[in-house]
Write a protein that binds this ligand. Structure first.
Ligand SMILES: Cc1cc2nc3c(=O)[nH]c(=O)nc-3n(C[C@H](O)[C@H](O)[C@H](O)COP(=O)(O)OP(=O)(O)OC[C@H]3O[C@@H](n4cnc5c(N)ncnc54)[C@H](O)[C@@H]3O)c2cc1C
Length: 433
C-alpha cells in the first residue's frame, strides 16, 4: 500500500502489531511513483495494612477442588467473593464469563456507569453503531468462538473482509491525492454491528447481574489470604482472588494503590511502558466523496498513526460517515483542539484533499478522546514496545492478584480486543486450569 513509503520505520519483529490499516494491503503504484514510500453488599471499613510482599497463602478448600486448590463454589468464606474483577471491558467480561462457566463466584467492579471500556459504541449518532474505540477484528474469525468458549452457543455476529477493489487514498503536498484499489487487507469488520454488540449478544447476559457500576477501586490490599479492594466511597470488597483489568494508564497514574506495593519488576514495567493516547472523530456528510481509506505521509510512524476511513463500510446504511482514527503523536494535533475548533481543523484537512467537499457536505460530528476519558486515559500500549513489558505486566502477585487486559500478556501482540480476551483466557486457565 502507499504507506510503504514509511516502511523503513516498521519493526519487523512485530508482524501483527496494531498498525490498524497501515501497510497491510498490496503493492502500490504510488510507492513506485514516489520512489518507495456484581453480588454481595460491600462492607464499610477504613483501615488497611501495609508491609512487605506476603507469603503465598494456603488455599481454603472445600468440595471439589480446581487446580488452584479452591472449590468451585460461590465462596468459601462468608462475605468473601471467590473472584472480584476490576473493570468491565473486554478482558473483564471475558474473564467473568469463563469463571462463571467454571462455576466460580464472580463480581465485577466497574468505575464507569456502563460496561465495555474501550469497545464503547455510539448507537444514536447515525443509523448504525459507531465504534468509538475497538472496531475491527484483527485476528481470525474463530477468535469470536474462542471468546464465547461454548460450542453450544452459536456465533450470531457476522464479520467481513474489505473488498480488495475498495479504494485506498494517499495524499501529500507533492503528489496530491492518489487513489488505488485497497488490495488484500485482513482486518475484519462487524456487519451491522460492533465489538460491543458482540459482547452484549454472547457474553453479557450471563454476567450482567455480576456487574456493579460507578465503583472505582482505589486500593488493593493483598497482604493476607483474603484480598481487600477499597472503592472510592471507602467501601471494602473482599475476595479470594482479584483480577485487575484497569488500563495501563490507570496504573501509571497510581490511581489504584497496592498494599503491599507492587514488586519492583511490575512497577518498573508500568513506569517504562510507552502508552499511546488516542482519539476518534466521526463526521457525517451528505455524500460519500472520500475513498474507503485515506492516509498521509505521516500516517505510520514509530510514535503514532492516523487514518481516515469509511465508517459506514459493511453497515446496511446510506448514511455517509467518515471516521478518523489517530493514536500516539499523530493524535495530539486533534486532541489539542475541541468543539468547533476540532471540527474546523478536520474539515480544513479534508477540504485540502477533496477541494472543499468536506465543508460543503458536512452534517455533524462526534468525538471520542480516549486520553481524556475517565478511568481509561489512553488508547493502548504502543506497537513498538519491548515485549518484556507486557510480559512483566501479566505476572500475577502470588496466587491472589492477577492482571488481564490488552497490555498484560505474554503473547507477541497487544493492544487489541482479541489480545484482551486472550489475556483473560490465559489468566482464567492459570487459575482454574
Ligand atoms: C481509538 C482506539 C481504536 C481501537 N481500535 C481497535 C480495533 O479496531 N480493534 C481492536 O481489536 N482493538 C482496538 N482498540 C483497542 C481495544 O479497544 C482495546 O485493546 C480493548 O478494548 C481493551 O480491553 P480491556 O478490557 O483490556 O480494557 P478496557 O476496555 O479499557 O477495560 C478496562 C475497564 O476498567 C475500568 N476501570 C478502570 N479503572 C478502574 C478502577 N480503578 N476500578 C474499577 N474499574 C476501573 C474502565 O472503566 C474500563 O471499563 C482500539 C482502542 C482505541 C482507544
Amino acid at each position: 500500500m502507499i504507506i510503504n513509503r514509511v516502511s523503513t520505520e516498521r519493526d519487523p519483529a512485530r508482524p501483527r502489531s496494531r498498525r490498524w490499516f497501515l501497510g497491510l494491503a498490496g503493492s502500490s503504484a504510488i510507492a513506485a511513483a514516489c520512489g518507495g514510500r456484581t453480588g454481595s453488599t460491600p462492607e464499610s471499613e477504613s483501615e488497611s495494612t501495609s508491609g512487605s510482599a506476603p507469603e503465598t497463602p494456603a488455599p481454603t478448600t472445600s468440595g471439589e477442588a480446581d487446580s488452584d486448590g479452591s472449590a468451585g463454589s460461590e465462596t468459601d468464606l462468608p462475605g468473601v467473593d471467590d473472584f472480584i474483577i476490576v473493570g468491565a471491558g473486554a478482558a473483564g467480561m471475558t474473564a467473568a464469563h469463563l469463571l462463571v462457566r467454571h462455576g466460580r463466584g464472580v463480581r465485577i467492579l466497574e468505575a464507569a456507569s456502563t460496561h465495555g471500556g474501550r469497545i464503547r459504541a455510539e448507537f444514536d449518532f447515525v443509523d448504525f453503531p459507531v465504534s468509538l474505540g475497538g472496531e475491527w477484528l484483527i485476528a481470525p474469525e474463530s477468535e469470536l468462538a474462542d471468546i464465547v468458549s461454548d460450542p453450544a452457543v452459536p456465533i450470531t455476529a457476522s464479520v467481513e473482509r474489505y473488498d480488495p477493489a475498495s479504494s485506498s487514498g494517499y495524499h501529500d503536498d507533492d503528489v496530491g491525492l492518489v487513489i488505488e484499489p485497497l488490495g488484500e487487507f485482513d482486518y475484519l469488520n462487524f456487519v451491522d454491528g460492533s465489538w460491543l454488540d458482540f459482547f452484549d449478544d454472547h457474553i453479557v447476559e450471563g454476567i450482567a447481574d455480576r456487574m456493579t457500576f460507578d465503583t472505582e477501586v482505589v486500593e488493593i490490599d493483598w497482604t493476607d489470604t483474603v484480598v481487600r479492594l477499597t472503592d472510592a466511597s471507602g467501601d471494602v470488597h473482599r475476595s479470594r482472588h482479584a483480577i485487575v483489568t484497569a488500563p495501563l494508564a490507570v496504573l501509571q497514574r497510581g490511581d489504584i494503590r497496592f498494599v503491599p506495593p507492587l514488586p519492583d519488576d511490575t512497577q518498573s514495567a508500568i513506569d517504562a511502558a510507552v502508552v499511546w493516547g488516542g482519539i476518534k472523530v466521526f463526521v457525517e456528510f451528505t455524500e460519500r466523496f472520500y475513498p474507503t481509506f485515506l492516509e498521509f505521509a505521516d500516517s505510520d510512524t514509530r510514535t503514532g498513526q492516523r487514518t481516515y476511513y469509511d465508517a459506514a463500510a459493511h453497515h446496511d446504511t446510506d448514511t455517509a460517515v467518515l471516521g478518523l482514527f489517530a493514536v500516539g503523536t499523530a493524535a495530539e494535533p486533534y486532541q489539542a483542539l475541541s468543539g468547533d475548533a476540532l471540527r474546523d481543523h478536520v474539515l480544513a484537512e479534508l477540504d485540502d484533499v477533496f477541494d472543499g467537499a468536506a465543508s460543503r457536505t458536512y452534517v455533524r460530528h462526534v468525538v471520542q478522546d480516549w486520553s481524556a476519558e475517565p478511568f481509561i486515559g489512553q488508547a493502548y500500549l504502543n506497537d513498538h514496545e519491548d515485549p518484556a513489558i507486557p510480559r512483566a505486566l501479566a505476572t500475577p502477585l502470588g496466587d491472589r492478584v492477577f492482571f488481564a487486559g490488552d497490555a498484560y500478556t505474554s503473547h507477541d501482540d497487544w493492544g487489541g480486543v482479541d489480545d484482551a480476551a486472550q489475556s483473560a483466557r490465559d489468566t482464567v486457565a492459570r487459575i482454574v486450569g
